[in-house]
Design a protein around this ligand. Sequence first.
Ligand SMILES: NC(=O)c1ccc[n+]([C@@H]2O[C@H](COP(=O)([O-])OP(=O)(O)OC[C@H]3O[C@@H](n4cnc5c(N)ncnc54)[C@H](OP(=O)(O)O)[C@@H]3O)[C@@H](O)[C@H]2O)c1
Length: 239
Amino acid sequence: MNLEGKVVVVTGASAGLGAHFSETLVAKGSKVYGLARRKAKLDELSVQLGPLFRGIECDVSSEASVKEAFDSIMSLEGRIDVLVNNAGLGLFGPADEVTVDEWDIQMNVNLKGVFLCTKAVLPTMKKQNEEAGFGGHIVNIASVAGLLGNPNISTYNVTKFGLRGYSDALFKEVRQDGIKVSCFYPGSIQTDFFDKAGLPISANPMIPEHLSSSLVHVLETPDNYLITEIVMRPLRPKG
Ligand SMILES: NC(=O)c1ccc[n+]([C@@H]2O[C@H](COP(=O)([O-])OP(=O)(O)OC[C@H]3O[C@@H](n4cnc5c(N)ncnc54)[C@H](OP(=O)(O)O)[C@@H]3O)[C@@H](O)[C@H]2O)c1
């Protein structure tokens, strides 16, 4: 896909990976709609990135909020070419100490949020395929925690293993509708993620720019060439 002029939705755009994805896609000439709850952060990014970026306040775990955000994008653009399901969080700790609220919020953002946003774009992408022979591309940001369990991150593991299953099923379901589905499994990345997660980040993590370059590569592949999964890790996490 040539990204110039394409309509892209990035969830979790107010910080970290989502903000970097937005910056990279704007540099490619895409019209980026960044979804997140912190409006002030989205406004700052708007000033930094200019008119190709528009922030929309949205809680991806809320059906009403997701509907409102996607209705507004559709009324402005009439199409959506790319959805990057990036919003997510980890709340780590021993399995007997994780609270029910911590379980719920991870499930609601990391899984229900992906489900709601994907459901919101699929009819549009299917229609685009009927009209133009290509529907669009959905990229899900999972984690190596979607491939490997580890002590003290069991609830986060559940969400990212779940996202792997969702992505794999969805890819098989919508490929004939001309819709690509790709899932990323990154190791540690230098963002605010670990400030909230409750475990220290590795000494030598990847940086968001590394992931952005892979995102662009995956999105720019020819229409009949689909990269379904990528695992990315720092070469020397301990430095
Ligand atoms: N950093 C890592 O080492 C790492 C490794 C593997 C995978 N990942 C995955 O990468 C993705 C991005 O994480 P990050 O590292 O960039 O973390 P981050 O810097 O903490 O950013 C998380 C983003 O998610 C958004 N978000 C959280 N809850 C939301 C909600 N209910 N509705 C809408 N947006 C919400 C936040 O925005 P608001 O707070 O403004 O809503 C923020 O923009 C996550 O899915 C994470 O699991 C991260």
